[in-house]
Design a binder for this molecule. Sequence first.
Ligand code: MV4
Length: 623
Amino acid sequence: MFRKVLVANRGEIAVRVMRACEELGVRTVAVYSEADSNSGHVRYADEAYNVGPARAADSYLDQEAIIEAAQKADADAIHPGYGFLAENADFAEKVENTEGIKWIGPSSDSMRLLGEKTSARKTMREAGVPIVPGGTDPVDSTEEIKEFGDEHGYPVAIKAEGGGGGKGMKIVRGPEEAEDELESAKREGEAYFDNANVYLERYLENPRHVEVQILADEHGNVRHLGERDCSLQRRHQKVIEEGPSPALSDELREEIGEAARQGADAAGYYNAGTFEFLVEEDPDRDPHDLLGPDTNFYFLEVNTRIQVEHTVTEELTDIDIVKWQIRVAAGEELTFEQDDVELEGHAFEFRINAENAANDFAPATGGSLQTYDPPGGIGVRMDDALRQGDELVTDYDSMIAKLIVHGADREEAVARSARALREYDLEGVVTIIPFHRLMLTDETFLEGKHTTKYLDEQLEDERIEEAQGKWGTETVEADDAEVTEREFIVEVNGKRFDVNLEERGAHPIPVGGDGAVQAGGAGAAGAAGASGASADGSSGGSGGGSSAAASADGEQVTAEMQGTILEVNVDEGDEVSPGDVVCVLEAMKMENDVTVDRGGTVTQVAVGEGDSVDMGDVLIVLE
Ligand code: MV4
């Protein structure tokens, strides 16, 4: 088994992976961006490394920075989670080629083979897995589309070879649309996947979206762990997943599971993966008549990563998929046979997104968790990384937690879910909890008749607005003023360390003219300790305001260190009182409030946002 795993991700999935490591006795390493320095995955890890600025491209997607962090930490494996670098075959290959570090995932070769949709389709066709009728080679002309339409009928789907998750897919409803849609699909393929190749499929109007969880070791053992139904989607974003699918008969379930297992086997696939299928739904079906073994189902694509909704399968099978990912990557063999896999009861996963469902699911732009008291009790699982008091990080996706509910059957799971969502006490950040509560009263969903089009085309906005009004919470912006940040240099046994100290809810640490911490004024234990260590006793009291960087020198407020002005909060003519923050200066990657020691009228504002200033530069003049 590995000694130490670096998790190249953030949020709930990073914590999920670390929890598996804990149970295996493996140490954990987090990476974080500057936006995440106080995030839950950083708190959870044994150690954590800053890999760059908030922008994902500069941190969580920085391949070199992540491998370097793994080397610094002396980690012997990297788990990518989902999103970010999880399906990047080049990154997987880099890790494979890094001495002493194992990639916890499928081989980079499988990721490449299955990541390109045309080669994935070829592989599955050869393995005897039914694929959506259509081609496995790129098309280039509208003529080919028209021929395809004549032969198979319309609509025709044009799909990007590099595509997936709805990007780069275009629907052609008649020959006259072929030209525009072909161009558009090629453009999207090029833009999103750097690959303008497209191919054709017959477009299925009313499919259910069913996906099969696969787990395979590096010794040729492949198991399927049953399916999940992810038909409840909004613009290709899943919102509620469940298992088993409420529409499949046991015979059809067995057929689809076996097809996925064969496909994985044929591709030489190992680690965890998901085989997605479209299942042809009959719109006139009585919900009590399940889809039988003669139903058409078609392979769509493989997700070569752990997925958000893997939890549904874990609840049904009692198999810890993430732990197995780590075990098989460490060379272990699966210890259970296909026949040992049994699906028990029914499970739902509710994505708790910080979005306003009543406003077109617009993501929250801020807020902090004034109250965070998630549900519990029998059959209820929370996967999250948040705690009460946390500020919402809005730089990445909006999913802040997952509620997973298990029951003996679908009916019990529905009632239990409604109970858990009522219990969920969360204030200060808008979430889609009201939307979930609405769905648990929605007849179409309760009958399991919804397809992938239900949310986008049928559910009425008024009902969502009503739910939000009844059960929603408002956004409460965090109070930034209470964070005190200081940098220290600490020497331990002759080795120097830069220490960034950040204290929430503490009194600010007053700073003297030379940047040294002053005695007096600071009340909190940490701050008082710090001032004791380096007090110089110079210049007068702070008036309780100055957290860093500048003080009023006579009538001029000057910069006390070189940096960049992030914010100017006053205009000429404004009255200020002692302690008011007049601007924010970023220096050494920290934001410092510049405050005034005395009151007065602003007679001059010498700087603007974005200006660089040197130590001693005049910022503001007071009278
Ligand atoms: C399709 C389809 C109908 N016919 N292909 C959307 C995302 C990508 N994974 C493939 N997708 C679809 N491909 C054919 N030939 C319908 C969809 C589709 C869909 C698929 C899975 C889950 C949700 C979906 C929502 C809309 C469309």
